[in-house]
Design a binder for this molecule. Structure first.
Ligand SMILES: [Zn+2]
Length: 120
């Protein structure tokens, strides 16, 4: 909340730009507190540079990193591969993956569920 009148802010700023008076002298001349002058020297409060992202509504400083990342990921999204009509992905399974597949295959067979013929 900036309770300083615009004219007073401009007066402090111009005296600071001249660079000849101390902060204390500027504060005295303009009738402001020394801490006010010091705050103007320090620059805008970090909170004053925050804004709402128009896309996600998040509070951000500068560009919204979350939306930027989302856009980059959407550009890079993998294209789905065309699954063959017969369901054969031509995968060669080895080791634990092959054993797990064979175990599931036997379970399906014993349960009477349909299985592809080349899976044994
Ligand atoms: Zn955003």
């Amino acid at each position: 909340m900036n309770l300083l009148k615009p004219g007073r802010v401009a007066a402090i700023r111009s005296l600071l730009v001249k660079g000849q008076a101390s902060r204390r002298a500027i504060a005295r001349e303009v009738g402001a507190d020394r801490s006010t002058v010091a705050a103007m020297v320090a620059g805008p409060h970090p909170r004053e540079s925050l804004r709402r992202c128009p896309d996600c509504g998040g509070i951000v400083e500068g560009r919204c990193k979350a939306c930027g990342l989302k856009r980059r990921l959407q550009k890079r999204r993998f294209q789905p591969i065309d699954e063959p009509a017969d369901g054969d992905l031509s995968l060669e399974l080895h080791g634990g993956a092959r054993k797990r597949y064979q175990r599931l295959y036997r379970r399906k067979v014993s349960a009477g569920q349909p299985v592809s013929e080349d899976a044994a």
